[in-house]
Write a protein that binds this ligand. Structure first.
Ligand SMILES: [Zn+2]
Length: 298
């Protein structure tokens, strides 16, 4: 029996070869003697119509409840009894044919190696879309003082570029300008395709002044990447009104979080966020006054 698909490296949902997770798990147990856990793989794949979408997890971590901005300590204790919630740092890859797009870069500790696992050379990445300019999202643009992605253009919102120029990590911007040239300026407009016809930028300003989301739509399937519109899934799905100290405008961040989650739930889109625990993707469902995240698995 010969299988060429590297199941030990890629946790793929929905299963295209096996029609149900139990059957897939049976195969995994048969082939490898154990069920591959998501944390072993670091790579997640799903299909959005004709588009391939991947999560590359850089690190798994936890997020402290005391970073949240609220007087409702009882809610924090109820939603995160240990004071910590599972978290992650993810990079998303969108691929259509030979077009490979990265959404954010994390710190770049594993991205090149993970892309190679997918058969993608870093120089094949032609476009990098930035949700915003915080270090954990742009650090991977530079590796050892050089461009990490030789042939890539960087895209970001003009408002974000302005705030990056004044930010603590502005040295990194200077390096990027020198090595990559002027970034391409993005104006979020859900009617204007971005890189390929299935993708547009969505205005999610609030966490930062030019924070963007990206909506991918193909064959009736839709997925929105919301960047850092949400940080702590355990707390902010049920209580989207609670912002985090990292939000530059906590009130606006809460409004956009509430509005976008409602829209995502109503439209039955998939939802992907950079700091959600791996794989960082699921369906947002209305739940009482708030929301919950349902697995994207079938
Ligand atoms: Zn972040």
């Amino acid at each position: 029996m010969v299988f060429f698909v590297p199941f030990h490296l890629i946790f793929e949902v929905p299963m295209k070869i096996f029609h149900s997770i139990p059957l897939f798990l049976l195969f995994a147990v048969y082939a490898f003697g154990q069920i591959p856990s998501e944390s072993d793989t670091g790579i997640f794949h799903l299909k959005i119509g004709e588009v391939d979408f991947y999560t590359l997890q850089e690190t798994a971590s936890t997020m402290r409840s005391d970073l949240m901005i609220t007087d409702d300590k009882e809610a924090l204790e109820r939603l995160a009894p240990t004071g910590q919630s599972p978290s992650s740092l993810n990079v998303f890859v969108v691929k259509k044919g030979s077009d490979v797009v990265l959404i954010d870069t994390a710190f770049g500790r594993k991205t090149a190696e993970q892309l190679q696992t997918l058969g993608i050379r870093p120089e094949e990445v032609k476009n990098i879309l930035l949700t915003h300019s915080h270090g954990d999202h742009v650090g991977g643009l530079i590796k050892d003082g050089e461009k990490a992605f030789l042939n890539a253009a960087i895209w970001l919102d003009a408002r974000e570029l302005d705030c990056w120029k004044a930010a603590r990590n502005r040295d990194l911007l200077e390096q990027c300008l020198k090595l990559y040239g002027e970034p391409k300026i993005l104006t979020p407009d859900e009617k204007t395709p971005l890189v390929f016809p299935e993708m547009v930028a969505v205005d999610l300003a609030g966490h930062t002044p030019g924070h963007l989301g990206f909506l991918i739509a193909s064959e009736e399937n839709k997925l929105i990447v919301v960047g850092d519109m949400l940080h702590n899934g355990s707390i902010q799905f049920p209580r989207p009104d609670i912002s985090i100290q990292y939000d530059s405008d906590p009130k606006k961040a809460a409004e956009v979080r509430q509005k976008t989650m409602k829209r995502t739930a109503e439209e039955n889109w998939l939802f992907a966020a950079i700091h959600l625990p791996f794989p960082g993707v699921g369906y947002v469902k209305a739940n009482g006054d708030g929301f919950r995240l349902e697995s994207s698995g079938q």
